[in-house]
Design a binder for this molecule. Structure first.
Ligand SMILES: [Zn+2]
Length: 149
């Protein structure tokens, strides 16, 4: 009995590790796509919050609502006006803690009044992603990335 319990535990731990690797891969795929698709033909992108211009490779993929909230961690649907991630300079994303207030003002200015509030509400909903969901989204963003000029 005790042995069986340990086996289940190991399976569970393996699943947790697999899921955390899938999350990290999706983080990277989305980050690469968001940053590169924000760049001009010379590879220069604007920071979403301070508008500083740098190579997309030197930028971060910043979040409006913290990555800790799974329901909005990978929310990036510009055509629907629902965007929780954007190309941000390392100063805004790191040193300045993400510039959440400025981020929210920019979201409202670009996607319409109330956008930031809507994303904030979405962040408090419970959304469960399976490993297959995460892998599917990763493949989607990797595909979009490859199609960028
Ligand atoms: Zn910035």
């Amino acid at each position: 009995m005790r042995f069986a319990y340990r086996v289940v535990n190991i399976q569970f731990l393996k699943m947790v590790v697999k899921k955390s690797k899938a999350k990290a891969k999706l983080d990277k795929a989305l980050s690469d796509y968001v940053r590169k698709s924000s760049a001009d033909e010379n590879g220069i992108a604007n920071c979403f919050t301070c508008l500083d211009r740098k190579s997309w490779k030197l930028m971060d993929c910043g979040h409006f609502i913290t990555r800790a909230k799974m329901s909005t961690r990978w929310l990036y649907k510009p055509s629907e006006g629902l965007v929780n991630v954007a190309c941000q300079c390392k100063r805004c994303n790191g040193f300045l803690g993400g510039q959440q207030y400025v981020f929210s003002k920019r979201l409202d200015a670009i996607y319409g009044e109330g956008t930031a509030d809507k994303i904030l509400r979405m962040s408090n909903e419970t959304v469960k992603f399976s490993i297959a969901d995460l892998q599917e989204m990763t493949a989607h963003y990797n595909d979009l990335f490859r199609k960028l000029p």
